[in-house]
Design a protein around this ligand. Structure first.
Ligand SMILES: Nc1ncnc2c1ncn2[C@@H]1O[C@H](COP(=O)(O)OP(=O)(O)OP(=O)(O)O)[C@@H](O)[C@H]1O
Ligand SMILES: [Mg+2]
Length: 286
């Protein structure tokens, strides 16, 4: 295999493909009466079903799908938190199972259920993380102020438990960027944020890619977000990727039927369903 560089965190990058997932499968034992076609031969629930895709260095790649389609399971497999039952995943040419420790240095994951010390402030939580990354105190404080300021977080010293969920989500994103990960896995980074916070996070993600050589894999239900942020998008349904292209390419593919299509229309054409998610339903009810 060709060695393409060794510049990052002392890790040799074996490929310019940031993420290579091939025929990845993951199923869970379940008591629930799932529809037969969603089960494998052992009667298990197929959460991720024969998924293959590649993300190039510097890309922002979106995985778009409804609730329960397998987005988080896929991210957790890539983040080495779950072991796939089938297929393999490589990060810059390093196999996630064989080279787990190397892979952990190259990736960082943010999810809505981020764990924090809730009685400590954003600054204290991030300083704690910085120590784990072996950053010196002065550099850490400067970097934390810069990132939190950039994300519009002014309350550096109040306990996290007093901050809104959206603000806590932004602190989680700030923490992921602290270690300058080369591949960032963002599981619904803007779900639950108000429009302004959403925009701030989206701009920050773009900035990290453009100025800090980050590659981003993000999951979302938000069609506009996928359209605005992602270079390429995979649409996932029932654990399977059913389409993959640039947002423009996906829309072009149905323009013969719908003159000014949105990604929502693309999803509808491909699945015959609307991409309605629980959060949207909750908003409609409230
Ligand atoms: N630890 C687990 N044990 C059993 N089943 C699981 C587990 N994690 C996920 N599943 C099931 O796998 C399927 C995919 O779930 P997953 O959380 O990956 O979907 P998702 O696309 O992230 O959904 P959402 O948009 O709601 O976050 C679901 O049917 C879910 O119930
Ligand atoms: Mg999820």
């Amino acid at each position: 295999m060709q060695v393409v560089g060794s510049d990052l965190k002392g890790v040799t990058l074996m490929s310019n493909v940031a993420l290579n997932a091939q025929n990845v499968g993951k199923s869970f034992a379940s008591e629930e009466p799932f529809i037969k076609r969603w089960r494998n031969r052992n009667g298990k629930r197929l959460a991720v079903n024969d998924v293959s895709f590649q993300v190039n260095r510097g890309e922002i790649y979106g995985v778009l799908g409804p609730n329960g389609s397998g987005k988080s399971t896929l991210i957790r497999c890539i983040a080495t938190l779950l072991i796939p039952d089938a297929g393999y995943i490589e990060i810059f040419g390093h196999d996630i199972e064989r080279d787990e420790m190397i892979v952990k240095r190259l990736i960082n994951r943010v999810s809505v259920d981020a764990a924090f010390f809730k009685k400590l402030s954003a600054m204290e939580n991030l300083l704690y993380a910085a120590r784990l990354y072996s950053m010196d105190g002065l550099t850490a404080r400067r970097k934390i102020r810069e990132i939190l300021g950039r994300l519009g977080i002014k309350e550096l010293n109040q306990p996290l438990e007093h901050m809104s969920r959206g603000m806590q989500q932004k602190v989680a994103i700030a923490r992921a960027f602290l270690s300058s990960p080369i591949l960032l896995l963002l599981d619904e980074p803007t779900t639950g944020l108000d429009p302004r916070s959403k925009r701030e996070v989206q701009e920050f993600v773009l900035e990290m890619r453009d100025q800090h050589d980050a590659t981003v894999l993000l999951t979302t239900h938000d069609m506009d977000e996928a359209d605005k942020l992602c270079d390429r998008v995979a649409i996932i349904d029932n654990g399977k990727i059913i389409a993959e292209d640039t947002p423009q390419g996906l829309k072009e593919s149905i323009r013969h039927r719908i003159p000014q299509p949105t990604l929502e229309d693309v999803f509808m054409e491909l699945t015959g369903k609307q991409l309605v998610v629980e959060q949207d339903l909750a908003k409609e009810v409230s």
